[in-house]
Ligand binder design. Sequence first.
Ligand code: ATP
Length: 516
Amino acid sequence: MQLQQVAAVSHATAAEPARNAKVALLADLLRGLDRADLHAAVVLLSGESRRMRVGVGPAALRDLPAAAERPQLGVAETERILQQIAEVHGPGSQAARQQLLTGLFSRATAEEQGFLRGLLGGDLRQGALDAVMGDAVAKAAGVPVADVRRALMFRGSAAAVADAAMTGGSAALRAFGLELGRPVRPMLAASAPDVGSALERVRPAALEWKLDGIRVQVHRDGDQVGVYTRSLDDITGRVPEVVEAVRALPLRSAVLDGEAVALGPDGRPRPFQVTAARTASRKDAAALREEVPLSVFFFDLLHLDGADLLDQPAQRRVEALAATVPAELRVPRLLTGDDEAAHAFFRDALAHGHEGVVVKDPDAPYAAGRRGAGWIKVKPRHTLDLVVLAAEWGSGRRSGWLSNLHLGARADGAEGLPPGTGEWVMLGKTFKGLTDEILAFQTRELLLREVRRDDWVVHVRPELVVEIAFDGVQRSPRYPAGLTLRFARVLRYREDKGPADADTVAAVRELAAEGL
Ligand SMILES: Nc1ncnc2c1ncn2[C@@H]1O[C@H](COP(=O)(O)OP(=O)(O)OP(=O)(O)O)[C@@H](O)[C@H]1O
């Protein structure tokens, strides 16, 4: 198959906000491909290309050859070249990379060049397609979406799952399972504005403290222990405390889900940045551990001594957890149907310095992603993770810094947006909450991602995720979703998140519908 077809579908899906239409376009493309083309097409169109880390800086994309007249690049060949670009290392690598890029671009048509620029420059149309890729694979292969999603939970690679679905159908998909040492995609939480509305969705519910640290998925197989982040990175070497805690448990094998957090001497959580810096640092873990010791608290158990528990109701998994892991290594939890008891638990979590609670459906199986709302987070302060689309140069004390941020949520197939809105939907602007440190950070990072500027606005690749606090959602005809945030202010940049993790228009609409 020619790259031209993939580029055309990428283009068409970007102009098409409706989720079903995107799924249909992708499914049509995937049907009938041979295995090599299928693999390449899925890699190029899903977030998987990002994981290949083929990104190149804007300078490398500046002086590339003019477009070819006729399509001549195959998808499999293109993917191979991108792989080569990702793998170039050592002295002279920049020149070698540029040579590969020049060769690739000289054979690409204008539309293909546009697609490749988006891919290499990190424009995340592809990342956004990741969210619908599973549905498209299910449609193309004629198998239930649930089978594909389940396989994706076990195997991060959409290409491997697509291959199994197309060649072996549901039977092949069912062969994917939990493997010790291979992290599964984590279950995530939907959100609710307060405990009362969460309980309206799930009752009785299990409430747990929401600790503001780093998600850890810990696999133990005999003496072997591996620790993985929310984005499935292996951080085993950076968190010896977690490794030791799990190695000391009386069991042979397990997969545990929990949160690692730095606590102060008074037992209260230290600021999120402290935990984040500790787990991000590649420096000597033994020394860092002295300065900032980490504690770990588990809230789920996916596997125990040879038995997979993912399909068990949450209550059963937590009972197994309680029988295996001592209370001081578990997140405090309350199973209740009573509003007053739930509110008291929430207040207690806050009084201990925690972020809020996660309200969990005791009957829900473990399922990757946010779908199904088996988990609902509630925080006293409303926050959204949004992507910076552009920034305006500041004035007065802030001149020389990029200040006022244009904030976007993910369209993710939301209905009812004006035609041509694209994947990022602007929700408003803010220059509030910016410390000098944040101003310096964002000016540096945003300029690295500049795509164009007009007057005083610098438009950037939609890559940086920023956590925004706000007081409410209000109607505004000025913005494409008809909504904007009241008193939006910057809390912090979320370097642990990518644009595919940003909040969606649907999530914002839901908060508005609940009267926030
Ligand atoms: N008891 C708990 N149960 C589940 N998740 C918890 C719990 N305590 C803390 N967490 C953290 O909360 C996250 C769930 O919220 P969500 O899926 O929205 O992720 P998030 O966007 O990283 O959350 P946030 O940005 O609000 O911290 C988990 O990924 C985990 O890191």
